[in-house]
Write a protein that binds this ligand. Sequence first.
Ligand code: AN7
Length: 359
Amino acid sequence: MQKGILETYRAFLPIEESTPMVSMGEGNTPLVKSVQLGKMLGCEELYFKLEGCNPTGSFKDRGMAMAVAKALESGSKAIMCASTGNTSASAAAYGGRFSISTVVVVPKGRIAAGKVTQAMAHSARIIMVDGSFDQALSLVRNFTDQHPITLVNSINPYRLEGQKTGAFEIVDDLGDSPDYLFIPTGNAGNITAYWKGFKEYHQAEMSRSLPKMMGFQAQGAAPIVLGHPVEDPKTVASAIRIGNPANWTAALSARDDSGGVIDKVSDDEILEAYELLASCEGIFCEPASAASFAGLRKLHAEGLDVSCRRVVCIITGTGLKDPDTAVERFIPEITEIGADPKDLEAALQSISEGGEGIG
Ligand code: AN7
């Protein structure tokens, strides 16, 4: 049975006797070695951590398990978040499972179809704001300050506690920290959490080294790179369309303490990485998740030598979350035939003749 992060990493988490061991089997996600893209970059040890394999299809489940456990422990009757989609999907699922009312506040028309569908499926109360994610977060912060409702955005420290377990798993799998950790960056909770996890494991002598933290924002939503909030962030990667990250300062510390960078990638670079991951590695992720590999490709093109380096790219969510971008981007080669064996023979003639292959 899949244990879940609270049980697996109990010694490193704020768990008391009274903390309910909330779990939906989150964590223990695959760290998959690259078969094609690493070679293209001259990197022998490139790995992808498939966080889309979590129960609701994104890394948010790690943080949500911990945050919901603490909400229940404190006797809270409701949880609330603002979200670009994945936090709301995760909150809705854990909220439903552990019978705690869930309110999700999302920017109207700006979140991917799969994520809204999840919130609906798990019967969360859905509030759509005619505005940006940043405005939604501001509303939710203000509301939860004045009402006895638990905020489960990454401002809630338990979210980061849960998410740091991703770093533990990488070290458990590799036997040490990687040299570089590439990670998509939006509200900047995850880069903060991973850095915390790597540091704590290092302190506990579970690893010899620490990684450089390499955060990547979308070019049209890159406040940390620019050094100021972005009023109207724009990017195809709707999950990271965030103009004023809540964990801004902590992300800067992660960058500076680790000797890493926080940089940006354009939508074209994101979508190229999204396609390469799908076609060359079998990894179908959502656009925001491809920002990690897009960042690695960009820095490699600019001269970063990763030939003798161990590199991990966090793939934060599954591609099924955002079917609209996929349908727009992946031009299918579809041949329609009748149900006669001859039709299939004819359609695939080039293959049966040992021609081009399936392509
Ligand atoms: C797939 O769901 O902010 O830098 O409200 O869904 O920790 O914010 C999602 C963020 C990367 C960025 N990849 O992580 C939300 C939300 C995916 C994401 C990020 C998100 P942070």
